[in-house]
Design a protein around this ligand. Structure first.
Ligand SMILES: Cc1ncc(COP(=O)(O)O)c(C=O)c1O
Length: 370
């Protein structure tokens, strides 16, 4: 019987000889004439992996979302429809450019944006819809694409947690006008910090590149033609990101295995639900998660505290973004419910089945002792 000696974390990367080789090479040789070698390799490989024309390395997923807004020309007076259940950055980037995030509720089973609730939020100021593939679950893109087309709106995928997921055979990030991915340390593929913007639209790509690189005039050195940002990724981070991207399919299969181990042990428990996989999609289960559907006699956070005492770290689901003081709270009952009743379980790619067995056993005990 497995017993942990130290806390089991919710995430953590797999670092092999390949990562060490690329990073060592970048540290030793990635300077002067070679300062962009790994950046270019990563951008080319990433564009091929997603199936898009352009990929732009950036300093974070947040920066990739921010540059998406600028690439689309979204600004003051505009509105962008954003799901409530997401990391705060999805909404903040809309504010960065002076526009307003309009919050929409999410689906009860996928935890992604609810397409049925989008249309009534569209006004003459709406410029874009931003589906978020939360925890690696895939948003229902077909109806969202139809709404965007009908109302002439841009689509921006927040694909930060979904590298490798697919919808009807197409990778997330290739289902919209522009999309953002994250290489932050808890993600499926890591670069320490880092992000990637992808698009098939040359205009969006060029604008995003320009604004993320201090709005430099390409034809006149040290001449700047607007207020830009310094959002570049370093060559050294790109070396790590490239090695991780080359192994991403391996990570996806491992994440799916981890979810199946949990599902086998927790799937039948009355009163909880786990991630779902929409028909026609491939979920990467970035975070295997549970939602408490009935009153177990303890709050979600008491359950998390008890699991921590058993050396199991967990994360609460994202709170609905409109609950935060810089936004105005909206009536989004599903996001409010799952935000207070959802738990992300340990899901790092290094997890072994015996550890998942231990975690699932402790989750069951904690719930039944409630
Ligand atoms: C849904 C979502 N959007 C955006 C981000 C932001 O990515 P980053 O931390 O790289 O800025 C994250 C990462 O946590 C995320 O999960």
């Amino acid at each position: 019987m497995y017993k942990p000696k130290k806390i089991i974390l919710t995430a953590g990367p797999s670092i092999s000889g390949l990562e060490v080789r690329y990073v060592t090479d970048a540290v030793k040789n990635g300077w002067n004439f070679h300062f962009r070698d790994y950046i270019e390799r990563l951008e080319n490989a990433f564009a091929r992996y997603i199936g898009v024309k352009y990929a732009l390395t950036l300093s974070s997923g947040t920066a990739a979302l921010h540059m998406s807004m600028l690439g689309l020309g979204i600004g003051r007076g505009d509105e962008v429809i954003v799901p409530e259940t997401t990391f705060v950055a999805s909404a903040n980037v809309v504010r960065y450019v002076g526009a307003k995030p309009v919050f929409v509720d999410v689906e009860r089973d996928s935890w992604c944006i609810d397409p049925k609730k989008i249309e009534k939020l569209i006004t003459k100021h709406t410029k874009a819809i931003m589906p978020v593939h939360i925890y690696g679950n895939v948003s229902d893109m077909n109806p969202i694409q139809k709404i965007a087309k009908k109302h002439k709106l841009f689509l921006v995928e927040d694909a930060c947690p979904s590298l490798g997921a697919t919808y009807n055979g197409k990778k997330t990030g290739n289902l919209s006008d522009v999309a953002a991915f994250s290489f932050q340390g808890a993600k499926i593929a890591v670069a320490g910090e880092g992000g990637m913007l992808v698009t098939n639209n040359e205009e969006i790509y060029k604008l995003a590149k320009y604004y993320s690189n201090d709005a430099k005039d390409p034809n006149r050195i040290f001449w700047h033609t607007d207020i830009g940002y310094m959002n570049r990724m370093s060559n050294t981070q790109a070396a790590l990101g490239l090695a991780q991207l080359e192994r991403n399919d391996e990570f996806v299969e491992k994440k799916r295995k981890i979810f199946n181990w949990y599902n086998k042990r927790l799937g039948d428990i009355d009163g909880i639900s786990l991630n779902t996989e929409r028909k026609g999609t491939k979920n990467i289960y970035w975070m295997s998660s549970i939602v408490l559907n009935k009153n177990f006699g303890k709050t979600r956070d008491q359950i998390r505290d008890e699991l921590k005492k058993r050396l199991i770290d967990t994360r609460p689901f994202f709170y609905p973004v409109s609950m935060f003081p810089m936004y105005e709270e909206q009536k989004t009952p599903v996001a409010h419910y799952i935000g207070l009743n959802g738990i992300n379980l340990p899901s790092g790619v290094n997890l072994k089945e015996e550890v998942v067995d231990y975690i699932a056993g402790e989750v069951k005990q904690t719930l039944s002792a409630a």
